[in-house]
Design a protein. Structure first.
Lengths: 209, 209
C-alpha cells in the first residue's frame, strides 16, 4: 500500500512538472510577439508598434469601453484580445491596407496556432485554441466587440500620429470610413457617431459638424 | 413635455460624449507606457523590454498559470496586471536591483495615478485606482498572485537572456533566491520548487538536483 501511494505521489509530481515545463515553454515562446512589428506607430516615439504592446492596449480598450457593450463576458473578451495575435509569432502581421491572399494566410495562421498553443498541456491548448477561433470566426457578441476594438485602437493611433497608416497609404476620408465603420458599428453599435467625428476632425482639421 | 424630453435627450448625449472624450483621452495617454523601458531584455531581439509589452506578458502568465492559484478572481488579477504599471507613464520604471527612495517614489506614483486615472470619468477613475492600490498594498490573494507573477516574468526572461539583469548587476545565485523567493512563494506557494530549479539550472549549467 505504502509503495503504491509513493508511486502515485511521484507520478503526480512528474505530471505536474511536465505540465509546468510545457507552460513555461509557451510563456517563453510568446515573448516573440514583442518582435512582430505592425504598421501603426506609437504616439510618443513614432516607432512601429509591436503586436505584444498592441495586445495590451486592446485589453485596456476593453476594460475602459466595456460599458458600451453591456451584457458581455468581459473576462472572455480580455482573454481573447490577449491571445488574438499570438499566431503572428510565426505568421507575422498582415497590414489591413495591403493586399494579401486570405486563404493562404488562414493556413499559415492555423499551422502557427497548432504549433504555438500546442506547446501547452492539452486541456489548456484546447482552451486557447477555442478563444483564438472564436475571435477569428466573429460569431459571438464577445468576438464582435473584440474585433471592433482591434479596428478602433489603430484608428485612434492614426488620428494621433498625423494620419499614420492612412497618410502612408494615401487613404481618403471615405476610404477610412468604409474600412473601419462596418466592423466598429457591428461590435459597438452606439459608439460609431463619436468615432466618425474623430475621423472627420482628423481629415477636416477641427470641423466636427 | 416634449421640450423636456428633448432636453433630457440632449443632456444624455452631451454627458455620454463628455464621458467618451475622457475615456479616449485616457486611452491615448496610456500609449506612453510603450515608451517606458525596463531593465529586462526581450528574448529574441535582446532589446530592453517596455512596460506595455511587459504588462501583456504578465496577463498571459496569469491566464496560463491560473490553475496554480485556485479560487482566485482571475478577471481581477488580469485587470490588476494590465493597469499595475500605468503610473510609470509619469514615474518611470524603477529597477528591482537598484537603490531608490521608496517613500519619495510612492509620492511620485500616487501623483501619477491621480493625474492619469483622473482623466477617466469619476466612477471609472475610482475603479482603476482601487485596482492599482490593491496591487500595491499586496493584501489580497489576487494581489499576492499578481505580485508573484511580476517577479516570475523577469526571472524567466533572465534565464533566457544569459542572466539578463542578474549578470548586468553581478548577482549571485543566493542573492537571486533571496530577492525572488519570498514574493513568488507568498503568491504561488506550490510553484517555488520548479522556479528554484530554473534558477539553479541557470547558475549551475544544467545541474537541477
Amino acid at each position: 500500500m505504502r509503495g503504491t501511494a509513493q508511486r502515485q505521489d511521484i507520478d503526480h509530481v512528474t505530471d505536474e512538472t511536465a505540465a509546468l515545463e510545457r507552460r513555461f515553454a509557451f510563456l517563453a515562446e510568446i515573448d516573440g510577439l514583442k518582435a512582430v512589428l505592425r504598421q501603426n506607430r506609437t504616439v510618443g516615439e513614432r516607432r512601429r508598434e509591436n503586436s505584444a504592446e498592441h495586445s495590451w492596449h486592446l485589453a485596456m480598450f476593453a476594460l475602459v469601453l466595456g460599458d458600451h457593450a453591456p451584457g458581455l463576458d468581459m473576462g472572455r473578451v480580455v482573454a481573447m484580445l490577449l491571445v488574438h495575435d499570438i499566431v503572428e509569432v510565426d505568421a507575422g502581421d498582415v497590414p489591413i491596407h495591403g493586399a494579401y491572399d486570405a486563404a493562404a494566410l488562414a493556413l499559415v495562421e492555423q499551422a502557427a496556432a497548432t504549433r504555438i498553443f500546442g506547446l501547452l498541456p492539452d486541456a489548456q491548448r484546447d482552451g486557447f485554441l477555442a478563444l483564438w477561433k472564436e475571435f477569428e470566426a466573429v460569431e459571438t457578441a464577445e468576438a464582435r466587440f473584440a474585433k471592433a476594438l482591434d479596428r478602433l485602437q489603430p484608428l485612434l493611433l492614426n488620428t494621433l500620429t498625423d494620419g499614420g497608416t492612412w497618410a502612408e497609404n494615401g487613404l481618403t476620408e471615405a476610404q477610412v470610413m468604409a474600412r473601419y465603420r462596418p466592423v466598429i458599428e457591428r461590435g459597438i453599435p452606439g459608439l460609431w457617431p463619436f468615432v466618425e467625428a474623430l475621423v472627420r476632425r482628423h481629415y477636416r482639421g477641427g470641423a466636427t459638424a
